[in-house]
Each structure stands twice: as structure tokens, then as C-alpha cells.
Design a protein around this ligand. Structure first.
Ligand code: PHE
Length: 359
């Protein structure tokens, strides 16, 4: 009996078995009821006692060796099969991360930053004043005579009188324009100066293009020998930078404000072709601001000699120019605090205001 030959043969078969069912076949062939080793075991009965003892021992050793080899191969195959399954049956259990919740800058704040950066480059200083004004700063000093219809023109919110003050100073209003800040600055400072003021203003009005609270930006320049050419140059520079265009037709239309003479309203060129709105050369016009040369009466009321100093002023609605620049159709949505609106129209807090930088 040559167990060494058989061992070699069976070992080769075991190593060749590349999956568990092939290995099971080998096991049956070697150790099954009719297997090679089992068959040999059966021949032991007909042997001489001495030969049987020796052959029996050899066969037992072979049997355990083969069984061990089969078991080793089986666990190797199991591991291999598991590795294959793990490689093919993959499941991506990672979740895409939620977008980081971050606040955005409201278009009003963004536009104010842009205005500030443009006018600061032209040497304007930012000034502020109170939202609750008295009648003198909001109207009288600005050449609105008492009882003048223009006071009603602005749909003023009147507040109860202040018992600690007298006359026009006792009458309180929510400021209807930021021109009151200019009055405050002129009465407290000596010319020359260039200032802008920005802030909330209030008028009793509410529709697609009016809200009871809105924002204005006004500018004032007082110096010697100031004329409308300066006003025009200043506004031209502003409009090009603000709307980020190389060319922009400006139209000065005669208008009326009690505090400026002459007064004008400024339109910018635009095109409404194809239902959209494009700022720039076109055959249409859009009003963006009011302006004029400061009325001599206003200068006098604020203690400035109109013979020595002149100046120009301009004022605009911040929502209005923001709507034009950023294509926001309804003014009322600015103040609804709808987070979907804010994330759509808001600005990245880490970005600088997108002022156009020109040579
Ligand atoms: N105060 C004006 C308004 O509210 C705007 C304006 C400001 C016009 C300065 C001329 C000069 O409509």
C-alpha cells in the first residue's frame, strides 16, 4: 500500500478545489463512504495481523492529514469567498453632508456697503441721524413752509408732541427722508464737506413698490464754486460703478423739491426687450434718484452763507436701486424675513461688496 502516492494525489486535488462545492467533492472522493481512503480501510480486514497494524496506522495518519488539509482549504475558501462578497456587495453608508447652515447678508446691507465703498472713494464721509425727527429738521429747515402741501406729499407718520420741547422742535415725526441728517450735519459743522447718510425712512404707503419703512441714501457736497457739472460728474461715476457697466446713459429731468433749486430727477438708460430688464444703452429710461443744487434758504436755515458756499445734494431709495441691480421684483419681500428669499437673494458674508474697480 503506497499511502505516500495517495497523499500526494489527494493533496493536489484539495489544492485545486477553488470553491466549497469542489472541495466537498474531493472530501467525498477521499473520505466518503466509497472514498479512496475508506476503500483502503475496508481492505485491512483481509490482512495479516502485522501488516494490518502497520497499514492501519498509516491509513489513520493519512486520514487525519487529509481531513486537516480539507479543513484548512475550506476555511481558506470561506475567507476568500467572504472577501469577494465584501468587495462586490458594497453598500455606501456615508450620507452626503448637509449644506452648512450659514447666514447671508441681506440685499439692503449689501447695497449699503456697495454705496459706502463707492462714495468713500470719492471722499464722502458717512453720517447718521435719528429715525424720530422733529418737524424742523425734517421739513422747516429744508424749506418746507408751515402748511406747505409738500408736507402731505410725503405721507408723514406724525408722532405725539414731545412735552419737553417747544414749537416745531416739539412736533415729532418718523423721518420721511434722510435729508434731515444733512440739516443736522450742516448746523453742526463748518463747510467745506462731503457727506452721505443712509438709513431707514418712513412713509404711510404700501404696495408693490412702496413699504411704510424703506431705506434712503443721500449725499451732500458743500464747498465754494460748486455747480451742477460737479453733481453730474459725481452721479455719473456713481452709476457706472454701482451698476458695473462701462457706459450708461444718464438723463437729468427737471423736477421739484423744496430744498433744491434747480432740481432734477435722474434716469438711467435701459432696455426692456424680450420682457427682461437690461441696464445700459437702450430705448427706455428708469428713474433712480432725485437731486439738485441746495436751495439758498436751506443753507441760510443751517447757518451757512449762500453767498460764500454752494452745494449739491442727491437722494435715492436703496431698495429701488437694489431691485434694479439684482433683479428683485417685489419690494415687500425685502421685509418678510422669508429664509428662502434670504438664501436666494442674500450675499456671502465673507465676500467683499462687489464694487467694480476701475482704473
Ligand atoms: N429727499 C428727497 C426724497 O426723499 C430726495 C432728494 C434728496 C432730492 C436730495 C434732492 C436732493 O425724495
Amino acid at each position: 500500500m503506497n499511502t505516500a502516492e495517495l497523499k500526494k494525489e489527494l493533496t493536489e486535488m484539495i489544492e485545486k478545489a477553488q470553491d466549497t462545492s469542489a472541495l466537498e467533492q474531493v472530501r467525498v472522493t477521499a473520505l466518503g463512504k466509497k472514498g479512496r481512503i475508506t476503500d483502503l480501510m475496508k481492505t485491512l480486514g483481509g490482512m495479516e495481523p502485522e501488516a494490518r497494524k502497520e497499514a492501519g496506522q498509516q491509513l489513520n495518519v493519512l486520514k487525519t492529514e487529509i481531513a486537516d488539509l480539507i479543513e484548512k482549504q475550506a476555511s481558506m475558501l470561506k475567507k476568500q469567498e467572504l472577501d469577494e462578497r465584501l468587495a462586490t456587495e458594497t453598500l455606501d453608508i456615508t450620507l452626503s453632508p448637509r449644506p452648512r447652515k450659514k447666514g447671508s447678508v441681506h440685499p439692503i446691507s449689501q447695497t449699503q456697503e456697495e454705496l459706502l465703498s463707492i462714495f468713500a472713494d470719492m471722499g464722502f464721509k458717512l453720517t447718521e441721524g435719528p429715525d424720530i425727527e422733529d418737524d424742523w429738521h425734517n421739513f422747516t429747515a429744508l424749506n418746507f413752509p408751515p402748511g406747505h402741501p409738500a408736507r402731505e406729499m410725503q405721507d408723514t407718520f406724525f408722532l405725539p408732541d414731545d412735552p419737553e420741547e417747544e414749537g416745531e422742535r416739539a412736533k415729532k415725526v418718523l423721518r420721511t427722508h434722510t435729508s434731515s441728517v444733512q440739516v443736522r450735519y450742516m448746523t453742526e459743522n463748518k463747510p467745506p464737506f462731503r457727506i452721505i447718510c443712509m438709513g431707514r425712512t418712513y412713509r404711510s404707503d404700501y404696495d408693490m413698490t412702496h413699504t411704510p419703512m424703506f431705506h434712503q441714501c443721500e449725499g451732500l457736497v458743500i464747498d465754494k464754486n460748486i455747480n451742477m457739472g460737479h453733481l453730474k460728474g459725481c452721479l455719473m461715476e456713481f452709476a457706472l460703478k454701482f451698476f458695473e457697466v462701462d457706459e450708461l446713459p444718464l438723463r437729468f429731468r427737471p423736477s421739484f423739491f423744496p430744498f433744491t433749486e434747480p432740481s432734477a430727477e435722474v434716469d438711467i438708460g435701459c432696455s426692456r426687450e424680450g420682457g427682461g430688464l437690461t441696464i445700459g444703452a437702450g430705448d427706455d429710461w428708469l428713474e433712480i434718484l432725485g437731486c439738485g443744487m441746495v436751495h439758498p434758504n436751506v443753507l441760510k436755515n443751517c447757518g451757512i452763507d449762500p453767498e460764500e458756499y454752494q452745494g449739491f445734494a442727491f437722494g435715492m431709495g436703496i431698495e429701488r436701486i437694489a431691485m434694479l441691480k439684482y433683479g428683485i421684483p417685489d419690494l415687500r419681500t425685502f421685509f418678510e424675513s422669508d429664509t428662502r428669499w434670504l438664501s436666494h437673494y442674500g450675499f456671502d458674508p465673507l465676500k467683499r461688496p462687489n464694487k467694480a474697480h476701475r482704473g
